[in-house]
Design a protein around this ligand. Structure first.
Ligand SMILES: *Cc1c(COP(=O)(O)O)cnc(C)c1O
Length: 394
């Protein structure tokens, strides 16, 4: 009756699909397999009705209207569509975009492409907690600014940014506001009205839904937000994103949103309790361990801890029974210092000694206790066997 190993503590990379979500999806593979765009028969109508229900469930979670939700393949696609689509659509009005140094690669990479296409990008710095200065944001906005893109919550250090204040600034300055909310939707309350966002990207697989389905919220305004589509075709999703809809994925995304809406409050309290136990346990067992990032404005499930003098990638090799990550899950085989940890002021060495823990819905107290014990043992053993590393950074 032991603990099942390995233990998954990498919930910022992706989450397990909730079994209730799987149950909701199953009929849409084999019984209700129609094309939601088939208007001439029952199979199509039933698929279309299921998509409509999911759209309402998702819209409701972020306090949007159902016709403001565009389905995509995930947050990366939504972000590309939002940033490139707005840049192209508003090229006549200006060529400047403002974002933040600690954004996800989906935003940073898209911004680099915009720069090669002649746009100017300002990347705002952050303080040691990962927060931007709203004054710096105000100063960065010029006559040429068409879009501000600031993430809702950081995927490495969990910092939650003050979207309401940022959104208000954008509204006052008449600049469109996009947020990458992949880590926030389903975890913390999100409200597109009070946050004054025009565009929001998010994804099902970070909130216990399936991979390969995401959404872009686009505020309905008059005149309409003129976003240039990236994928042309049959005119699905109001012509913004053509292609046959992923009906089972959308149904799962909808169910995941409904569950999050009902359970978010209690769940985040429970997860924060586990996270606090983990941080407290590790920091009291290991004198040279420290928490990176914001102590207050932080996602409930996030802990990013540095183990002074140790290489995090080597630590992970010795910890095969616990699934965590160093920095972000990048595709490179070589360990590189995280751009987020660098931006909050860590040296490359400190950054390479940091581990990201992502606690989620299916983690238990027992797993956290085991993790504290195991990591404390492994760190102590590594410090003993490589004394040159000990206190190397202190
Ligand atoms: C995971 C993630 C993305 C990318 O989402 P996909 O659906 O995997 O494309 C973008 N931004 C943040 C902050 C993320 O955590």
């Amino acid at each position: 009756m032991g603990l099942a190993l390995p233990i998954y503590l990498d919930n910022h990379a992706t989450t397990c699909v909730d079994p209730r979500v799987v149950d909701a999806m199953l009929p849409y593979f084999t019984a209700v397999y129609g094309n939601a765009a088939s208007r001439q028969h029952e199979f199509g109508w039933r698929a279309e009705a299921a998509v409509g229900k999911a759209r309402r469930q998702i819209a409701s979670l972020i306090h949007a209207e159902e016709h403001e939700i565009i389905f995509t393949s995930g947050a990366t696609e939504s972000i590309n569509l939002a940033l490139k689509g707005i840049a192209e659509g508003y090229r006549g009005r200006g060529n400047h975009v403002v974002t933040v140094e600690t954004e996800h690669q989906a935003v940073l990479g898209t911004c680099e492409t915009l720069e090669s296409a002649g746009f100017t990008v300002t990347r705002l710095p952050v303080d040691e907690a990962g927060q931007i200065s709203t004054e710096a944001l105000e100063n960065a906005i010029t006559e040429d600014t068409i879009l501000v893109s600031v993430m809702a919550a950081n995927n490495e250090i969990g910092t939650v940014l003050p979207l309401e204040r940022i959104g208000r600034i954008c509204r006052e300055r008449n600049v469109l506001f996009h947020t990458d909310a992949a880590q926030a939707v389903g975890k913390i309350p999100m409200d597109v009205s009070s946050m004054h966002v025009e565009l929001m990207s998010f994804t099902a697989h970070k909130m216990y839904g399936p991979k390969g389905i995401g959404a872009l919220y686009i505020r309905k305004t008059s005149p309409r937000i003129a976003l240039t589509p990236a994928i042309d075709g049959g005119g699905h999703e109001q012509g913004v994103r053509s292609g046959t809809l992923n009906v089972p994925g959308i149904v799962g995304f909808g169910e995941a949103a409904a569950i999050a809406g009902r359970e978010m409050h209690a769940e985040s309290a429970r997860i924060a309790g586990l996270r606090d136990a983990l941080v407290h346990g590790l920091l009291s067992a290991l004198e040279d361990a420290e928490l990176n990032g914001d102590r207050e404005d932080r996602l409930a499930g996030n802990a990013n801890i540095r183990f002074a003098g140790l290489r995090a990638d080597k630590l992970l090799l010795a910890l095969k029974d616990i699934a965590v990550s160093t920095g972000s899950a990048c595709s490179s085989a070589l360990p590189r210092p995280s751009h987020v940890l660098r931006a909050i002021g860590l040296s490359d060495e400190e950054s390479m000694s940091s581990i990201r823990f992502g606690i989620g819905r299916f983690n238990t107290e027992e797993q956290i206790e085991y993790t504290i014990g195991r990591i404390a043992d492994v760190v102590k053993t590594m410090r003993r066997t490589s004394p040159s590393h000990h206190h190397a950074l202190s």
